[in-house]
Design a protein around this ligand. Structure first.
Ligand SMILES: Cc1cc2nc3c(=O)[nH]c(=O)nc-3n(C[C@H](O)[C@H](O)[C@H](O)COP(=O)(O)OP(=O)(O)OC[C@H]3O[C@@H](n4cnc5c(N)ncnc54)[C@H](O)[C@@H]3O)c2cc1C
Length: 181
């Protein structure tokens, strides 16, 4: 059975609007990525930046390690980004999450590395311009930057009551989450 055969079962919670899905990827603080090599699963969480124009995720990591061994053997990944609004008094867990499938690549082109790190810093840093000014080209050359090209996205909004989300007034790093309004 292929991935295309599966759909979010709870139609009342399914989000199909691309902009809304992209907002989750742009706002989440990290993604969790599942990998597989020789029938052995593995999983890592990665601080990321989502590039809307290229529909891809950038991350950085050490130059060696298990995830890179997996990536070389099989670069297909499955991932998740979550906006976690927590547990409510009504015993609901309020979240919006995106699942994606894609392929993980290592970036070797220096100008793309610069771009990827900029996307990452603009998403995660409280003072991106200061952080970006500190990046030295020689350091960038030694930095391992990865890219996940997204092929498919699904989204589930686990927010049964919109008014409850408004009450929570969810804010990430000083930025209100549009999705929660
Ligand atoms: C919120 C969050 C954000 C993160 N952001 C990044 C990021 O941007 N870039 C990045 O490279 N990493 C990030 N990490 C760490 C990442 O999830 C991996 O743990 C790390 O990248 C090591 O990956 P590796 O495959 O190279 O492991 P290796 O160092 O090769 O380790 C291999 C073995 O160590 C164990 N192991 C590795 N990591 C962990 C762990 N976190 N907890 C328990 N056991 C572990 C596993 O058993 C694994 O088999 C983040 C983690 C969290 C929780």
């Amino acid at each position: 059975m292929s991935f295309q055969s599966f759909h979010v079962r709870r139609k009342d919670r399914e989000v199909t609007d691309l902009k809304e899905m992209q907002q989750v990827l742009k706002t989440a603080q990290y993604v969790t990525v599942a990998m597989c090599m020789d029938d052995e699963p593995y999983l890592v969480s990665l601080s990321h930046g989502y590039d809307e124009a290229k529909n891809c995720i950038y991350f950085h990591c050490a130059s060696e390690g298990k995830k890179l061994v997996y990536q070389k053997t099989n670069n297909k990944v499955w991932g998740q980004a979550v906006l976690d609004f927590g547990f409510t008094d009504e015993c609901d867990y309020v979240y919006t999450s995106v699942h994606f499938s894609g392929k993980m690549h290592l970036v070797s082109d220096i100008s793309e590395k610069q771009h990827g790190i900029e996307v990452l810093i603009r998403q995660l840093s409280l003072d991106p311009n200061k952080k970006l000014a500190q990046i030295k080209p020689e350091r960038l050359e030694k930095t391992t930057v990865g890219r996940i090209d997204i092929e498919c996205l699904t989204c589930k909004k686990g927010a049964p009551k919109p008014e409850r989300l408004k009450e929570l007034n969810y804010v990430i790093r000083g930025k209100p989450v549009a999705n929660a309004e």
